[in-house]
Design a binder for this molecule. Structure first.
Ligand code: GLN
Length: 540
């Protein structure tokens, strides 16, 4: 940390269409710059009106990524944390909802001293304040701000205006605009087309922003002629028109960017000291992803199986854990409702070497998950339950082992006679839905002589949470007398955090979300061990 440093700001915008992978591009640029020894952080700016994505359906928004401080954020923050290996805070995600909420609160408090409160300057100043705040008073050398959506969206305008002003106020040597656009290949013409990029840059320039670097998302390599054309029409120098070609693995993207000297170009334009990127570790990591020694199949049984973004962090955690086991984890999506209606559920789990039940809300699919868990328990198939996955495992055990036929969660059947899973005490009087779950980091103590301890190799752990329900302690004795073991506990709040079965090769479930803390080169111990157990099961 250097208190006299001048923070540099990189703004990443998207053009032509959404879903070009701006989040991965931002994380990859962050990775390159961090590998050069700079302190880097990234902020996601979401132009929607929700204060945060916590109340949005996964169908709208994919996974909600929870931070240590309990903020519910955009899934891109997961990429940022995984690539940069830093813990972010609520300042790393800004939405239109947050910006307006703050400005309106100040207006009600009379802070604007009689002036008319307007988008320019009040909203744009608030956006500027948030961009500066994420830099934490020059604590970082570089702050990358990724603007969600596509240039041309009405709701993105105040942010683009704020970005334009930012360069004016904080110096053009300290700010850089990177525009990620689509450069499509048109089959019938047999040609790569630059027109969409030209239009998108034209839109940006209308607002007063000229991109310094263009990243062209493309299926095919961008030849010199194409790059020259983009350079000429978009007013960006030739070397700064860089292809962002489709990659087999997202972890390859920093390497591909560096092949085109992106780190040097950014350093030069921002007047940063020229340094060497250190990418050897990432190269090794990608090499294993591309040539794993082993293959294993893991079934994920959830409600949004057709929407893989809803399980983004879990999928990435399996990549990290796969690398550390020199294995590729092949995901097989299992539909809970199909399992519930199947007359031979064992067959549905045929060919998989492990079952994971992820987090979720609401009763749809629950009975199918419980059936799948029973098969895994009885057939000794490695099982990993996360949050709702733990709750379903407890219901299954209570019904089929303890003989509590009506066992259920009050989330699904409010009047159940055997509420083995129940609303946490502090949740009972809550009416607002946004930001009111048990959220963020809480400590827990791991039991010695347990699978949990084998994984963590320590007693004191801390994990991230997002739930309202918990194991009902009134049933705990009955569950443990029948063989369930409490693998970890929050002793202060008297909450069960992990369970496991000793007479099963690997049956572990946790109330928290370990997938939120897995990183490149630092797979989460539970995922790492689970994958190891599936490999052992496959061999046997
Ligand atoms: N619906 C459950 C609860 O609120 C589980 C939540 C989750 O899986 N994230 O407790």
């Amino acid at each position: 940390m250097n208190s006299s440093r001048k923070t540099k700001y990189i703004f990443i915008t998207g053009g032509v269409i959404s879903a070009l992978g701006k989040g991965i591009a931002a994380a990859s640029i962050g990775y390159i710059l961090k590998s050069r020894g700079f302190d880097v952080t990234i902020q996601k700016i979401d132009p929607y009106l929700n204060v945060d994505p916590g109340t949005m359906s996964p169908y709208q928004h994919g996974e909600v990524f929870v931070l240590d401080d309990g903020s519910e954020t955009d899934l891109d923050l997961g990429h940022y944390e995984r690539f940069l290996d830093i813990n972010m805070t609520k300042d790393n995600n800004t939405t239109t909802g947050m910006v307006y909420q703050h400005v309106i609160e100040r207006e009600r408090a009379g802070d604007y001293l009689g002036s008319t409160v307007q988008v320019v300057p009040h909203i744009t100043n608030e956006i500027e304040r948030r961009i500066l705040k994420v830099g934490k008073n020059e604590k970082f050398d570089i702050v990358i701000s990724e603007l969600g959506g596509t240039v041309g969206d009405i709701e993105g305008l105040p942010f683009l205006e704020a970005i334009r002003q930012f360069k004016l106020k904080h110096g053009k040597d300290n700010c850089l605009n990177i525009h990620l656009t689509l450069v499509p290949y048109i089959e019938t013409a047999g040609e790569i087309k630059t027109k969409p990029t030209q239009h998108s840059v034209k839109k940006l320039r209308e607002i007063g922003i000229s991109p310094d670097i263009i990243l062209g998302r493309t299926k095919r390599h961008l030849d010199t002629k194409t790059r020259e054309k983009i350079s000429l029409f978009c007013n960006v120098d030739f070397e700064s028109v860089i292809e962002a070609i489709d990659a087999d693995s997202i972890y390859e993207i920093p390497l591909l960017f560096e092949n085109h000297k992106l780190g040097d170009i950014i350093s030069h334009k921002l007047d940063l000291p020229m340094k060497q990127s250190r990418l050897a570790k990432l190269r090794k990591f990608v090499k294993i992803i591309k040539n794993p020694k082993h293959q294993v199949a893991i079934g994920i049984c959830g409600k949004y199986t057709e929407l893989h973004d809803a399980y983004k962090s879990i999928l990435e955690s399996f990549i990290h854990a796969g690398v550390e086991n020199n294995a590729e984890v092949n995901i097989k999506w299992l539909c809970a409702e199909e399992i519930a209606n199947s007359d031979n559920p064992k067959k549905v789990l045929d060919g998989i070497h492990g079952l994971l039940i992820p987090g979720g809300f609401g009763e749809r699919g629950i009975e199918g998950k419980i059936v799948a868990i029973r098969v895994a328990r009885e057939q000794n198939i490695p099982f990993f339950g996360i949050c709702l996955g733990l709750q379903c495992a407890v219901i299954e055990f209570a019904r089929n082992v303890c003989g509590l036929e009506d066992a259920n969660s009050t989330e699904f059947v409010e009047e159940t006679k055997q509420p083995v899973i129940d609303l946490m005490e502090e949740q009972k009087n809550i009416t607002d839905m946004g930001g009111t779950m048990r959220l963020g980091q809480y400590p827990a103590k791991v039991k010695k002589d347990s699978i949990a301890f084998d994984c963590y190799k320590k007693i004191n752990i801390s994990e991230r949470h997002r739930h309202r329900y918990e194991i009902n302690n009134d049933f705990l004795d009955e569950l443990t007398e029948n063989g369930m073991v409490v693998g970890a506990k929050n002793t202060e709040l008297d909450l069960v955090e992990m369970i496991e079965y000793p007479n099963h090769p690997w049956f572990v479930a946790c109330q928290f979300h370990p997938e939120l803390k897995s990183r490149i080169d630092r797979a989460h111990p539970l995922f790492k061990n689970f994958v190891k157990a599936t490999l052992t099961y496959k061999k046997a």
